[in-house]
Design a protein around this ligand. Structure first.
Ligand SMILES: [Ca+2]
Ligand SMILES: [Ca+2]
Length: 170
C-alpha cells in the first residue's frame, strides 16, 4: 500500500511556485500565487497552504484545478506559502518550494487616515475636528501641514484630500 502512494507523490510534485504580485491594499493585501501546472491525467486539484511561520502552515485552501490562486484580505504580517497537488484518489503530493510575502501595515496615506481604518473620508474629518476642539487626542497625528499645530488649516487640507484635490501626505 505504501509504495504506490510514494510513487504518486513523486509524480505529482509541484515543481515551481512563484510569488507573482503583492497587492497594495492599505490594511490588508491580496497575494497572487502561481505555479507550474501538473500535467498528470488524474490530477484533481491543488491545495494552497500558508501560515506566519516558515514550514508551519496553519491554513489550507483547496483551490481546484487551476495553477494559480489569490489569497485575499491578509492583514499585516509575513506569510509563507506552499502548494500541493492531489489526484482523483485523494492522494496528495509533498509541498512545493516555499515562498514568502510581507504585507505592510503602514499605508502611504497614514497621515490623513486619522482613525486608521484604511480609508480617508468624512470620519477622519470628524476625528480632526474633535482633535481641534480638544475632545479627542491623537498624539503625533493631525498636523498635516507640519506647522506644529493642529488647527483649521489642517482641517482644510484634509477636506481637500477627501475631495481629491491633494495627495496625502504632500
Ligand atoms: Ca479613516
Ligand atoms: Ca498644522
Amino acid at each position: 500500500m505504501y509504495a504506490p502512494s510514494w510513487r504518486l507523490v513523486r509524480r505529482i510534485l509541484v515543481t515551481s511556485f512563484a510569488l507573482i504580485a503583492c497587492g497594495t491594499a492599505v490594511l490588508a493585501a491580496d497575494i497572487k500565487l502561481a505555479w507550474d501546472a501538473n500535467t498528470e491525467s488524474d490530477l484533481a486539484g491543488y491545495k494552497v497552504y500558508y501560515g506566519t511561520v516558515s514550514g508551519a502552515y496553519g491554513t489550507v485552501i483547496s483551490v481546484g484545478n487551476q495553477p494559480n490562486y489569490t489569497v485575499t484580505g491578509l492583514p499585516a504580517g509575513t506569510y509563507y506559502f506552499a502548494v500541493t497537488a492531489y489526484n482523483t484518489e485523494g492522494l496528495e503530493s509533498g509541498f512545493s518550494n516555499e515562498v514568502s510575502a510581507t504585507v505592510s501595515g503602514t499605508p502611504s496615506t497614514s497621515a490623513c487616515d486619522l482613525n486608521a481604518d484604511g480609508v480617508i473620508n468624512a470620519v477622519d474629518l470628524q476625528v480632526l475636528i474633535n482633535v481641534i476642539l480638544g475632545t479627542q487626542t491623537l498624539p503625533g497625528k493631525g498636523d498635516l501641514n507640519a506647522d506644529g499645530r493642529v488647527d483649521v488649516l489642517d482641517l482644510q487640507i484634509l477636506a481637500n484630500v477627501i475631495l481629491g484635490l491633494h495627495a496625502c501626505p504632500f
